[in-house]
Ligand binder design. Structure first.
Ligand code: FAD
Length: 377
């Protein structure tokens, strides 16, 4: 890349993931101002990047199902793609069979004797109501022998092993906002999410991203890291969606993340799994296997599996995927946030910039809010 051409840009966005793309799209389309987006990767879209291979759309950085209850986010994203109305179902491999998770009435009937399943179901309805999710850590506090049995069973077979593999930490060592993500479901709804709006971009996330970047005032430069250009470029506003600790030269220490390694496997039969995602809480080194053809119901004679191996994050060696929320790490992030607040015209956002475990809709919402704040300045 020729850095001579990059002396001044009005708006610079570092990172061409969802967060960066939303900000860039808003500035170009609503303010009529030029935006340059740089990304160190060779493609647009950040972690939502996908590609089609032999009739199957592969999510390169792990399975991505869009779901939200935020209407303005849903309205916004639909400008760039029609959505196939996919609702994610997930199974877990427990006692040698695939059962629905979140653990629900169907899972109980598959794994427990009938009389026990029925007794527990009745107690759950009486205590919590029907069609509700109960976080596993909350269920564990209940003072009832049958509910305690259920809590321990789910804790051991669904939660503990998965959490240990996924995070490399005991459940108690992780912030409850993360552990609360693993609930049981009082009812028979097998969907992983109950959000009002759910789906997958009809032609894939990358095609949707191309549409978001289509505005003539948006210029994208790939294979370009912030470190390569930061000394040769000036800007009126900088939107930084890379790691906040990297921006400040790791002056306070490296923010911890969990990383992942994905292994692809092709099989010569149409389907392998009962659901798009199959979790392995108790067996093997991988946490889950995704069968991506489910997302767009792609009809092929073969199938592809993406096996997901969690790893420790090591700076410069692998990718930071999941911020690890706990009091120490949050305190370290706060130190960077203090520094960030002293910078005029530099805005941090996204899962790396905010050091937050965001779903896609939260990234969009955050970027749209930031844009609204800009308008008010
Ligand atoms: C395995 C996995 C599965 C997920 N599944 C779901 C799901 O099913 N549903 C859901 O709603 N959400 C899901 N998410 C979350 C979703 O991926 C994120 O919310 C969203 O993609 C984050 O967008 P972002 O732009 O903030 O970050 P990113 O997508 O990470 O984009 C940041 C971009 O910045 C670039 N960058 C970083 N540093 C620099 C630098 N120094 N110089 C230049 N470029 C830089 C990176 O290359 C990257 O392209 C999942 C996340 C993971 C990890």
């Amino acid at each position: 890349m020729n850095t001579h051409q990059l002396r001044y840009v009005k708006n610079l966005v570092v990172g061409c993931g969802l967060s960066g793309m939303v900000v860039a799209e808003r500035i170009a389309s609503q303010l009529g101002e030029p935006v340059l987006i740089i990304d160190k990767r060779a493609h647009i879209g950040g972690n939502i990047y996908d590609y089609k291979e032999n009739g199957i759309t592969i999510h390169q950085y792990g399975p991505h199902a869009f779901h939200t209850n935020i209407k303005h986010v849903w309205d916004y994203i639909q400008q760039f793609s029609d959505f196939y109305s996919f609702q994610l179902r997930v199974s877990a491999w427990i006692d040698g069979q695939a059962v629905p998770v979140p653990f629900n009435f169907n899972s109980m009937e598959r794994l427990f004797p009938q009389f026990l399943a029925e007794k527990i179901q009745q107690k759950l309805i009486t205590r919590f109501g029907y069609d509700v999710k109960v976080p596993i850590l909350e269920l564990r506090k209940e003072n009832d022998a049958d509910l305690a049995f259920l809590a321990d069973f789910v804790y051991k077979n669904v939660f503990e092993g998965y959490t240990l593999k996924q995070w490399g930490l005991k459940p108690e060592e992780i912030d409850p906002t993360v552990t609360a993500r693993v609930p049981i479901f009082v009812g028979r709804d097998d969907r992983y999410f109950q959000d009002k709006y759910q789906g997958i971009p009809l032609h894939g996330y990358t095609t949707m991203a191309e549409k978001m970047l289509e505005h003539p005032l948006i210029d994208v430069r790939l294979n370009t890291a912030w470190s390569q250009v930061k000394d040769t470029i000036s800007y009126e506003r900088l939107f930084y969606t890379g790691s906040i600790d990297e921006f400040f030269g790791y002056s306070e220490g490296v923010l911890p993340y969990r990383s992942l390694f994905f292994k692809k496997q092709e099989l010569n039969h149409p389907y392998e799994q009962p659901t798009a995602n199959l979790n392995y809480p108790c067996n093997y080194e991988w946490t889950r296997v995704c069968e991506p053809k489910y997302f767009l119901d792609e009809q092929t004679d073969h199938t592809v599996l993406m096996r997901e191996y969690p790893q420790a994050f090591s700076l410069g060696k692998n990718e930071p995927y999941y911020p690890i929320a706990n009091p120490d790490n949050n305190a370290l992030y706060e130190k960077y946030l203090l520094k960030a607040k002293k910078l005029a015209s530099v805005y941090f956002l996204g899962r790396l910039g905010d050091y937050k475990y965001y779903n896609m809709d939260q990234c969009i919402d955050r970027a749209l809010c930031l844009f609204t704040q800009l308008l008010q300045q």
